[in-house]
Ligand binder design. Sequence first.
Ligand SMILES: C[S@@+](CC[C@H](N)C(=O)[O-])C[C@H]1O[C@@H](n2cnc3c(N)ncnc32)[C@H](O)[C@@H]1O
Length: 244
Amino acid sequence: MTHPEQPNTEPQDEELQENKYLRRIRSFVLREGRLTKGQQRSLDLFWPTMGLEHQATPYDMTAVFGREADLVLEIGFGMGKSLVQMAKAAPDKDFIGIEVHKPGVGACLGEAETEGVKNLRVFEHDAIEILNDSIADNSLSTVQLFFPDPWHKKRHHKRRIVQAEFAQLLRRKLKVGGVFHMATDWENYAEHMLEVMKVAEGYSNLSETNDYVPRPDHRPLTKFENRGVNLGHGVWDLMFRKES
Ligand SMILES: C[S@@+](CC[C@H](N)C(=O)[O-])C[C@H]1O[C@@H](n2cnc3c(N)ncnc32)[C@H](O)[C@@H]1O
């Protein structure tokens, strides 16, 4: 999606060309983001307490947060506004955000400080690597993926983060009974998510109609989304529970 406050992370073809020697097809192309003074200040001040570095072994999140609580992990939180809002609204849960875009990480840290949110830690790294290396198996209650880059063009669909292998990576990290929650405003991506998840082993669809679910109250409606809905644009939520 293109969001007025969000970086448009969809690159042009020539940028993809430059990345053709990457080992793995990635869901993002890292751009030199300009940091505002405020974002830099937030990174300087709050990264030491809220930031987590990629590491080759899983973190003990009980030690990180100093308590045992349900763990919610969000992939690609953008500027972090809705993640901070969700963490504030659920102080009994602990939240982990992962984002590759540094200005977004700075903005999220600043927002968390402003809102007095303590139950949030943030990685600035590729979510696939964090999940594989730094997050323990069977440890997450929820994984959230809200408005991931849709990769509109057909030849770029392989860059979409939701793929069969990704579904199984998340399955490994979720507890039994844990939920993978996706939302998108791009119908073709919603259909793609549904196709991938319908045949993903070990999950059940929480939709009564076996496709989409109504937006749950705990997912904040963004300004962008609100305007989109008023203009008649659709948003699709999908929720799948890990059964085994
Ligand atoms: C279209 S934006 C949506 C941001 C936010 N979730 C929202 O709803 O406003 C998608 C975000 O996912 C991030 N992203 C894409 N692939 C990622 C990955 N593998 N690891 C971490 N972040 C990723 C991008 O940097 C971008 O900020």
